[in-house]
Design a protein around this ligand. Structure first.
Ligand code: PEP
Length: 252
């Protein structure tokens, strides 16, 4: 749908600063092969500085994996959007299913975080997706609609400058990926819902990523779908060669 694609690497709770430096250097070594594909890296907070040192002079974007909805305060263990910006980030992942599942993040919390991120000038990757039991019971679209509408509640059309990542929970870290057709169907649904929600056809420019066990070997099939504007890659982004292959396959 978009003219260029985005491939984002979510490193989750992996890499020390030293390991992050090695991984980033390997990825950067291949940057001329990326063509028009935008690349963004999401290391853990403790490795942001190390990655920034290397990507600072490149077009590769840096992002945080999470943030708090307040600017500052007595919230031990949290970081704010302003802190991410000051650490060189231009993006942040919000609503990831691991945060929903293990840290109790609700649609309402994610909504507050999205508002804050957009308010401080970070581009969020807003993740949503159904669980296996929700898919099996035919509730996929109901769940996606709820997550989308509650997540974006109170945001105006002007403010909705975000990337959406459709990440079926059953495909994350499981090695089982959605078929390109399943992903495209969900992306189409999200694009239509968002257009209906904000009442403006901006959704042509809306970037919707697929995430869930993306590997180089399945990337070509996924990117053959025009609804799929890129990928949010977890475990495969920890291997430079594999990640670079996925980026290459995203070239239009
Ligand atoms: C993710 O962390 O967003 C993800 C999709 O992980 P994986 O690629 O490992 O399934």
């Amino acid at each position: 749908m978009k003219n260029s694609r985005l491939v984002a690497g979510n490193w989750k709770m992996f890499t020390t600063p030293e390991e992050a430096r090695t991984l980033t250097s390997e990825i950067v070594r291949h940057q001329t092969a990326f063509g028009p594909v935008e690349v963004a890296l999401f290391p853990p907070f403790t490795s942001l500085a190390a990655v920034r040192e290397i990507v600072g002079k490149t077009k590769i974007r840096l992002g945080g994996q999470n943030m708090h909805f307040e600017s500052e305060g007595a919230f031990t263990g949290e970081v704010s959007g302003q802190m991410l910006k000051a650490s060189g980030c231009s993006m942040v992942i919000l609503g990831h299913s691991e945060r929903r599942q293990h840290f109790g993040e609700t649609d309402q919390i994610i909504n507050r975080k999205l508002k804050k991120a957009l308010g401080v000038g970070l581009a969020p990757i807003f993740c949503l997706g159904e669980t296996l039991s929700e898919r099996k019971s035919g509730k996929t679209f109901e769940v996606l609609e709820r997550q989308l509408t509650h997540g974006l509640e109170g945001l105006s059309f002007d403010e909705i400058k975000l990337v959406i990542a459709y990440e079926p929970v059953w495909a994350i870290g499981t090695g089982v990926n959605a078929t390109p057709q399943q992903a495209a169907e969900a992306h189409r649904f999200l694009r239509e819902k968002l257009a209906a929600l904000i009442g403006v056809p901006i959704t042509q420019n809306l970037c919707i990523l697929y995430g869930g066990s993306v590997k180089a070997e399945i990337a070509k099939g996924l990117f053959a779908e025009k609804e799929i504007d890129g990928a949010l890659v977890g475990s495969a982004s920890l291997k430079a060669a594999e990640f670079v292959e996925i980026v290459k396959k995203a070239r239009i």
